[in-house]
Design a binder for this molecule. Structure first.
Ligand SMILES: Cc1ncc(COP(=O)(O)O)c(C=O)c1O
Length: 374
C-alpha cells in the first residue's frame, strides 16, 4: 500500500495505528460478531467506547470536576450558533475577537442569534484592510484585548486554520485575560496538540476532523457554571445541558465517529500524553519555519512571527505560477493537501498530531531542493 504524505487541513490524516485498529475490529467488534456501527447506542459494547472517549479527553487534558465533556454533532459550524443560543442573555453583549475567517463566521451566527434574542454583539477585529482585501496576520497580546466586564462571554478562535495564526497559550500571545468573563474558544484546529489550562475557559469546542478523529463529532468542554446558566427557552436538542444530563446520549450519537475518536485518543495516550505530543509537534513546525526564515526572499510567511501557527504553516512563493509548479512537483513525490485555502491562495501545510516528522522532513528537503532549481 502506498499511503500519501497527507498535509490536508481537515478532514486530515489520521494516525495509522488508529486506522489499523479500526480495520482489525471492523467486522467483529470486541468479539460481538458485529461492527461497532451495527450496535445499539444503548448497548454495553457501544457505551464502553463512548465512555472511554470521554474519559480519554478528561485524562489527556486534565479536565477537573468543574467542567463537563460533551460529544455533539453538526460540526463546529453548529456551535457558532449554539454558543450564543445557550450563553447570550437578553440585554447583554457577547464579544468576538476576530483574527481570521472562522471567527468571522462565528460572529455572523452570533449576530443572527442576538437579533432573535434582543441582545448585542460587539466585535474587535484584528484584520488588516477592509472587505475582500482584509488579511489576518496576527493575534493580539493580552494587553490589546479590551474585555468588557459586563459581557456574557468573549469568543476567540485559538487557531485560524486558513490564515495560520494562533494564540500560543503561555507565551507573548497568551490567551486573553478576561477577568471574570467566560472565555469561549473555537479550538477546532488546535485541540489536544499540547496541554493547556482548561480552567481558564468557560467553554471550548472542536470539530474532530483535524487533531482527534474523523468529521461528524464535535468535542465540547464546558464549565458546570455555564451549563447551569444556559438559556432554557431554546429547543432542548440545542441546550448543552440536555447533552450533559444524558452523557451525550440524548439522541443517537455518531457512533462510528466517536469510536474513531476513541482510537485516536487512545493512540495519543500511548505516545506519552500531550506534553510529549507537543514536543513532537513543535519540532515539526520549527523545521518548516526554519526553511522559510532561511530563504525568506523566496518563501514568504505573511504571519507575524509571534502569532505563527504550529498546526497550519502558511507561506507564499514569488508568483502564483511558481506555487502551481511547487504543488505539482510535490504531488509527484506523494505529498498532497498543500494548496492554500481557496480564499487566500498560497501554500498551507497542516501538521496536526498524525503528521509524522518524516513527512515534514521530506517536505522541508523538497522546499530546499525546489529553491535551488530556481
Ligand atoms: C477553526 C475552525 N472552526 C470551524 C470550522 C468548521 O468546522 P465544521 O466544518 O466541522 O463545521 C473549521 C473547519 O474546517 C475550522 O478550521
Amino acid at each position: 500500500m502506498n499511503r500519501k504524505i497527507n498535509f490536508n487541513a481537515g478532514p486530515a490524516a489520521l494516525p495509522l495505528p488508529a486506522l489499523e485498529r479500526a480495520r482489525d475490529e471492523f467486522l467483529d467488534f470486541a468479539g460481538s460478531g458485529m461492527s461497532v456501527m451495527e450496535h445499539s447506542h444503548r448497548g454495553k459494547e457501544y457505551e464502553a467506547v463512548h465512555d472511554e472517549a470521554i474519559a480519554l479527553v478528561r485524562e489527556l487534558l486534565g479536565v477537573p470536576a468543574s467542567h463537563e465533556v460533551l460529544l455533539l454533532q453538526g460540526g463546529a459550524t453548529s456551535l457558532f450558533a449554539e454558543v450564543p443560543m445557550n450563553l447570550l442573555e437578553k440585554g447583554k453583549t457577547a464579544q468576538y475577537l476576530i483574527t481570521g475567517a472562522w471567527g468571522e463566521k462565528a460572529l455572523g451566527e452570533a449576530k443572527a442569534v442576538s437579533a432573535m434574542f434582543g441582545a448585542n454583539v460587539s466585535v474587535q477585529s484584528l484584520g488588516v484592510g477592509e472587505g475582500k482585501e482584509k488579511s489576518f496576520t496576527r493575534v493580539p497580546p493580552p494587553s490589546e484585548v479590551k474585555c468588557d466586564p459586563g459581557s456574557a462571554y468573549l469568543h476567540i478562535t485559538s487557531n485560524e486554520t486558513i490564515h495560520g495564526v494562533e494564540f500560543n497559550a503561555d507565551g507573548s500571545r497568551a490567551f486573553p485575560d478576561t477577568g471574570g468573563v467566560p472565555l469561549v474558544a473555537d479550538m477546532s484546529s488546535d485541540f489536544l496538540w499540547r496541554p493547556f489550562d482548561i480552567t481558564r475557559f468557560g467553554l471550548v469546542y472542536a470539530g474532530a476532523q483535524k487533531n482527534i478523529g474523523p468529521s461528524g463529532v464535535v468535542v465540547v468542554v464546558v464549565s458546570k457554571e455555564l451549563l447551569e446558566k444556559g438559556r432554557k427557552d431554546i429547543p432542548k436538542i440545542f441546550q448543552f445541558r440536555t447533552h450533559a444530563e444524558n452523557k451525550s446520549l440524548y439522541n443517537t450519537p455518531p457512533t462510528f465517529g466517536v469510536y474513531m475518536v476513541r482510537n485516536v485518543l487512545s493512540w495519543l495516550k500511548s505516545q506519552g500524553g500531550l506534553a510529549k505530543v507537543e514536543a513532537a509537534n513543535r519540532r515539526k513546525a520549527a523545521r518548516l519555519y526554519s526553511v522559510i526564515d532561511a530563504n525568506s526572499s523566496f518563501y514568504r510567511s505573511p504571519v507575524e512571527r509571534e502569532s505563527r501557527s504550529m498546526m497550519n504553516v502558511v507561506f507564499r512563493l514569488p508568483s502564483p505560477e511558481l506555487e502551481e509548479q511547487f504543488l505539482s512537483e510535490a504531488k509527484k513525490r506523494g505529498m498532497v493537501g498543500l494548496k492554500g485555502h481557496r480564499s487566500v491562495g498560497g501554500i498551507r501545510v497542516s501538521i496536526y498530531n498524525a503528521a509524522v516528522y518524516e513527512w515534514v522532513e521530506t517536505l522541508a528537503a523538497f522546499m530546499e531542493e525546489f529553491l535551488r532549481g530556481k
